[in-house]
Write a protein that binds this ligand. Structure first.
Ligand code: SF4
Length: 291
């Protein structure tokens, strides 16, 4: 209706024999009546195209003062929830409606492909294979030009002295992010292996400290039977530590030894009321006495 403000879609009765019983089409109040009433014009256009069954009428929305879109359920195999959309138009002050466009569109319950994600945002650690090329993004904040101060005293000093430098070096942000990953990872100080270790990597002969500012907390394990080749935190550790001694029979450092031959005295319910000459003993001790 000309001059009417566009507002919330409201259910409005539409005079159409094609509306399924119990279905209330939603009609945008901003749609001119001549366009809103062109339901059968839209349905006839779909039938003429003959692309598939046209189902329940779903409603109409305004495109502008001269155009509106009628929607119908699309009863097509494999297109659950899709809708036919027919754009109808009428010149201002005209009651002659024409069909501008027909299209099949997904509805709110349609099964559609997930949103497209740029390839460089889909890659995850471990995806890189032999022969693959993975260039860093131009604005990768983990890298800075090699001729600028990197914030790493060792890198800056050495590069400055010899007048050479790599084209790019890792930025402070990049090194901090790596340190956080390594600290929280499998070879960090909070892992189960580290908690049960007899000592730390920092004191291990297989520990190869990194260069640069990360040297303070990280190194590489050179023990082929342990975390060989992995960056380990200085406070990480494992049972293959170079100072590990042969088992003494005292058990692991994490668990107390359990002596299954010891006799444990326990109180049994009612034992106090009927004192006996012999204290109650554990099942192990009893079995030893009867064997
Ligand atoms: S052998 Fe164990 S303790 Fe030694 S550096 Fe490797 S991971 Fe650390």
């Amino acid at each position: 209706m000309p001059g009417q403000q566009s507002g919330t879609m409201v259910p409005v009765s539409v005079a159409s024999s094609a509306v399924a019983p119990g279905t209330v089409p939603s009609v945008d109040p901003a749609v001119r009546s001549v366009l809103a009433e062109a339901v059968e014009v839209a349905r006839a256009a779909l039938s003429e195209v003959g692309e598939g069954a046209v189902g329940t009428y779903l409603g109409v929305t305004a495109e502008d003062e001269c155009a509106a879109t009628h929607r119908f359920a699309a009863d097509l195999v494999g297109y659950h929830g899709w809708q036919w959309a027919v754009v109808v138009a009428a010149a201002p002050e005209s009651d002659h409606v024409t069909v501008s466009e027909l299209v099949l569109l997904p509805g709110p319950e349609s099964l559609v492909a997930p949103a497209w994600v740029p390839w460089n945002e889909r890659i995850r650690p471990g995806d890189l294979g032999p022969g693959d090329l993975l260039a860093p993004a131009p604005d990768d904040e983990r890298l800075v030009p090699g001729y600028t101060a990197s914030g790493d005293p060792d890198v800056d000093e050495t590069a400055g002295e010899i007048g050479l430098g790599r084209k790019q070096v890792m930025s402070r942000e990049g090194r901090l992010a790596a340190a956080e990953r390594w600290f929280d990872g499998e070879y960090g100080p909070r892992s189960e292996m580290a908690k049960a270790a007899p000592s730390t990597c920092m004191l291990c002969g297989f520990y190869l400290p990194l260069a640069g500012s990360l040297r303070a907390a990280f190194g590489v394990c050179g023990n082929e039977l342990a975390a060989d080749g992995h960056v380990v935190h200085a406070e990480y550790g494992c049972g293959a530590h170079s100072d590990t001694t042969l088992p003494t029979g005292a058990g692991s450092p994490k668990f107390d030894a359990y002596d299954d031959g010891a006799v444990e005295v326990v109180e049994l319910p009612g034992a106090a009321a009927e004192p006996t000459d012999h204290p109650a003993v554990t099942e192990n001790a009893q079995s030893e006495q009867t064997d």
